[in-house]
Design a protein around this ligand. Structure first.
Ligand code: ACO
Length: 340
C-alpha cells in the first residue's frame, strides 16, 4: 500500500502588489524587504474572495490535471469529484471561525457528495499535518481511496496594514494535491512524516481577537488586535532550529543522504530562514526550492503552491525524492518525505 500524490493545483489572486507599491503607502522600501526576506511581491485577493474560493479553485485545478493526464479512469473533474472519500483543508484564515469548516464549503462547491470534510488548524505547518492526516484516514478506512489535501489562505484580511513589521511578509493563495491510496509495493508516495509542536511559543504568533478567549460582541471596542501579532526574532530563531531539526531527523530515521533528495520544499516564510538552515546543515542552498520572491508567505498554501509549480514546471519526475518541511504558529513544525 502507498499514498501517492497523483495531481497538483494552485490558485493565485490576480492582483500583484510589489514591494515598491507597498512602499508608497507605508514606511518601507523594496531594498529592506528584499534584503531581509527575499520577497519582491505578494498577491492579494479581492474583497469578495474568501479562503474557500481560492481553495475551491485550487481543488478544481487538481481535478482537471488528474483527468487531463489520465491518472484516473474518470473522464471529467465532476466525475472525479464524486469519487473523493475525504477533503482535508489546512487554513489559518477560514471563511468562518468555528463553523462551518472551510472544507465543507469546498466539498459543497465540488459536489463531492461521497466525501467527508474537515479542517486542520496548524497554521503554516497545516499542509504537512494535513497530508499525514489524509494518509491516516485513507489508511484506516477499507473502502477509502482518494483524498484532496488543500491549503488555502486569505492572510491579507488578518494583517495590520499599518504594521510594517508584519504586513510586508504575507500574501494570499491556495495549493492542493490529490492523494490516492494505491497497491504499489515499491518505495513510493508518502514515506514518512514527523509532526511536532512547542506550545510554549504560542504567544509569538497570534491572532488574539475572535476566538472563545476574546470573542467578538455587538458594539465591541477592540481591546485586542484582530490581526496577526508576531515576535519576529523569536519566530525566526524557532524556524531556523525547526527546519534544521526536521530535515536532520527525517533523513536519519529513513537512512537517506541529502544527495538522494531531488528537492527540499520548505515553507516559504523568509528566504533568510532557509539560507540559515541550509548553512547549519551544510547543504547546498540550490537543494531548497524557493518561490517566496513572487508570493510572500501564504502560510498553509505555500508548500502545495510550490509543489504545483515544480510539478507543472517539469521539475519533478517519477521516483524523485522530496522533503517538505514546515513551521508556523502554535508553534507547530514538521516534515513529509515523499517519493514522487
Ligand atoms: N521596512 C523597513 N524597516 C523595517 C521593516 C520594514 N518592513 N520592518 C522592520 N523594520 C525595521 C525595524 O523597525 C528595525 O528598525 P530599528 O533598528 O530602527 O528599530 C529594523 O528594521 C530591524 O528590524 P528587525 O525586526 O530586527 O529585523 P529582522 O532582520 O529581524 O527581520 C523579520 C524582521 C523579517 C520579521 C524577521 O524577524 C523574520 O523573518 N521573522 C520570522 C517571521 C516569520 O517567518 N513569520 C511567519 C511564521 S509562519 C506562520 O505561521 C504565519
Amino acid at each position: 500500500m502507498a499514498f501517492e500524490i497523483k495531481a497538483t493545483g494552485r490558485a493565485i489572486p490576480q492582483r500583484r502588489v510589489s514591494n515598491k507599491e507597498l512602499a508608497q503607502k507605508i514606511d518601507t522600501s523594496d531594498e529592506w524587504i528584499w534584503s531581509h526576506t527575499g520577497i519582491r511581491a505578494r498577491h492579494i485577493a479581492s474583497a469578495d474572495t474568501a479562503a474557500s474560493d481560492l481553495g475551491f479553485e485550487a481543488a478544481w485545478n487538481v481535478l482537471e490535471m488528474a483527468v487531463e493526464q489520465g491518472v484516473c479512469m474518470e473522464k471529467t473533474p465532476e466525475e472525479l469529484a464524486h469519487t473523493l472519500d475525504m477533503i482535508v483543508v489546512a487554513t489559518t484564515t477560514p471563511d468562518f471561525y468555528g463553523c462551518p469548516s472551510t472544507a465543507c464549503l469546498i466539498q459543497n462547491r465540488l459536489h463531492a457528495k461521497n466525501a467527508g470534510a474537515m479542517d486542520v488548524s496548524a497554521a503554516c505547518s497545516g499542509f504537512i499535518y494535513g497530508l499525514e492526516t489524509a494518509a491516516g484516514i485513507l489508511g484506516t478506512g477499507k473502502g477509502r481511496k482518494r483524498c484532496l489535501v488543500i491549503g488555502c489562505e486569505i492572510l491579507s484580511r488578518f494583517i495590520d496594514w499599518n504594521d510594517r513589521g508584519t504586513c510586508v511578509l504575507f500574501g494570499d493563495g491556495a495549493g492542493a494535491v490529490l492523494l490516492e491510496k494505491t497497491d504499489a509495493t515499491d518505495i513510493r508516495g508518502l514515506l514518512k512524516t514527523i509532526l511536532r509542536a512547542d506550545g510554549t511559543g504560542s504567544e509569538n504568533l497570534i491572532i488574539k481577537k475572535g476566538g472563545s478567549r476574546n470573542a467578538y460582541r455587538a458594539g465591541d471596542v477592540f481591546e485586542f488586535a484582530s490581526f496577526i501579532e508576531m515576535n519576529g526574532h523569536a519566530v525566526y530563531n524557532f524556524a531556523v532550529g525547526a527546519v534544521t531539526e526536521i530535515i536532520r531527523d527525517l533523513l536519519k530515521t529513513e537512512n537517506i543522504s541529502v544527495d538522494e533528495l531531488r528537492w527540499i520544499v520548505p515553507h516559504q516564510a523568509n528566504a533568510r530562514i532557509v539560507q540559515a538552515a541550509a548553512k547549519r546543515l551544510g547543504f547546498p542552498p540550490e537543494k531548497f526550492f524557493l518561490n517566496i520572491e513572487e508570493y510572500a508567505n501564504t502560510s498553509s498554501a505555500s508548500i502545495p503552491i510550490a509543489l504545483d509549480e515544480l510539478n507543472r514546471g517539469g521539475y519533478l519526475k517519477k521516483g524523485d525524492m522530496i522533503l517538505c518541511v514546515g513551521f508556523g504558529a502554535g508553534l507547530t513544525y514538521g516534515g513529509n518525505l515523499i517519493v514522487w
